[in-house]
Ligand binder design. Structure first.
Ligand code: IFM
Length: 451
């Protein structure tokens, strides 16, 4: 599965200052949902609804990282990582939705100190989907009061951790927050209304832009950005109709976020398609969204192939799944060249000055062998080929400065529950034992320069 070219990878190919790490998120790994003064999140509530999570599970225990974090940080250190991207659970920070919860804040202080002691740079994501349920009851991301609550939360956390943490990511994958949460209903809070979803996407972007001066005021040497899930979008055929459909899809998936973040406003073709569903904005929102960031984070998994489908949804298109292509166990197309294409595009079309691959990874059906090891040659090959694709983008002049593998641990994969394993470390959820998989061992050897 691995070509010689991929096996030529060396840490030094990426430069001495390159950041190497793993990414996780709070609800997916922490567990301990009733401890430390944490209140209910929209995911706790969503998981109680029958049929929402494929295996009927929840993040109530997950990887029990809340209790096992020292061991997990040791594993990161042993891997040779110099950065770790994790998210703060907003429901741990405010007990009643308003009053700061010292116990919750203390958890993240300990985590940050634990990373610094191990020589690992903390990268904090402020929002990775676990909204306090109390805010959902007031309208969630569809209403402006959530933007204001987010700004208060950002102010508090950057004041408390700003002397120790330089790198802040305002949001993880705003497309998913808005579209999975409010359009297709696959994620919490499970709504299905396109107009509301579009409004949410704007409110999330506005909250990003409005948070920037707050973070900069509280953290003088802050490096701030946002993590976007982008998908190379290809037409299903050479027909003019399919090409136009792919362009429409790209508008909502990719340009809807990139364009306003880089000062171009929302794409006119997408706004025109939305018609009355276009978002309501407040004065100054677009200027705020366009405020300068220090980097953009790219979460890359797979490309999408689009065919024209008149009358099908607001975009009059549908995703097709070409046969005969390599896929992960999740069914996601494996296309490392898509990573090169996206990185080159971000640089070429938007002039991005600093780019991090803030997530990239694959899910396969891992099974420990009789000797206890976990052999995952497909994930290993995926990792190697995507790193080679990233190196190719760098060769073409894209300023990529770091890579965060998704994920450190197998974890709660949202609507898929524990069915999808993305970890470099295998987690036996019955015993909570962690075992570095073959891919994780290879990553470790790359990072330590022992291969
Ligand atoms: O697990 C998720 C993560 O929370 C956000 N990005 C994609 C990953 C894999 O689906």
């Amino acid at each position: 599965m691995t070509s010689n070219k991929d096996q030529d990878l060396q840490r030094s190919d990426f430069g001495a200052d390159f950041l190497w790490g793993c990414a996780t998120s709070s609800y997916q790994i922490e567990g301990a949902v009733h401890e430390g003064g944490r209140v209910e999140s929209i995911w706790d509530r969503f998981c109680t609804q029958p049929g929402k999570i494929r295996d009927g599970s929840s993040g109530a225990v997950a990887c029990d990282h809340y209790h096992r974090w020292p061991q997990d940080l040791d594993m990161l250190k042993d891997m040779g990582a110099n950065a770790y991207r994790f998210s703060i659970a907003w429901p741990r920070i405010y007990g009643d939705g308003k009053t700061p919860n010292e116990e919750g804040i203390a958890f993240y202080e300990k985590l940050v100190d634990g990373l610094l002691e191990r020589g690992i740079e903390p990268w904090i994501t402020l929002y990775h989907w676990d909204l306090p349920q109390v805010l959902q009851e007031q309208g969630g991301w569809a209403v402006r009061s959530t933007v204001n609550a987010y700004l208060e939360y950002v102010d508090l956390m950057t004041r408390r951790l700003g002397s120790r943490v330089r790198h802040w990511i305002t949001h993880n994958e705003p497309w998913c927050t808005a579209m999975h949460g409010y359009w297709d209903g696959m994620h919490a809070p499970g709504m299905k209304d396109f107009r509301t979803a579009v409004q949410c996407s704007h409110n999330v972007l506005a909250s990003h832009g409005l948070a920037l001066p707050i973070i900069r005021r509280n953290v003088p040497d802050a490096r701030v950005g946002i993590a976007l899930s982008l998908h190379p979008t290809y037409a299903a055929s050479d027909s003019a109709e399919d090409k136009a459909a792919a362009q429409r899809h790209d508008g909502l998936r990719n340009r809807w976020y990139l364009d306003p973040l880089y000062g171009k406003g929302y794409p006119a073709d997408t706004l025109a398609l939305m018609g009355a569903d276009a978002p309501k904005m407040e004065a100054g929102d677009l200027e705020a969204i366009a405020r300068k960031t220090d980097f953009v984070g790219l979460n890359y998994y797979f490309p999408e192939v689009i065919a024209d489908a008149p009358g099908h949804g607001p975009l009059h298109g549908r995703i097709v799944h070409p046969e005969g292509v390599e896929r992960t166990a999740f069914g996601w197309q494996v296309a490392p060249e898509g990573l090169t294409d996206l990185l080159v595009r971000i640089r070429r079309d938007y002039g991005a000055q600093e780019v991090y691959v803030t997530e990239n990874g694959s899910s396969y059906e891992d099974v420990p062998g009789p000797d206890g090891t976990v052999q995952d040659p497909q994930r290993l090959s995926y990792l190697q080929r995507h790193l080679a694709a990233m190196r190719e983008a760098m060769r073409q002049g894209v300023p990529v400065k770091g890579y965060f593998a998704w994920s450190l641990l197998d974890n709660f994969e949202w609507a898929e529950g524990y069915i999808r394993r993305f970890g470099l470390a295998y987690v036996d959820f019955a015993t909570q034992q962690r075992t570095l998989k073959q891919s994780g061992q290879w990553y470790r050897a790359l990072l330590k320069g022992t291969r």
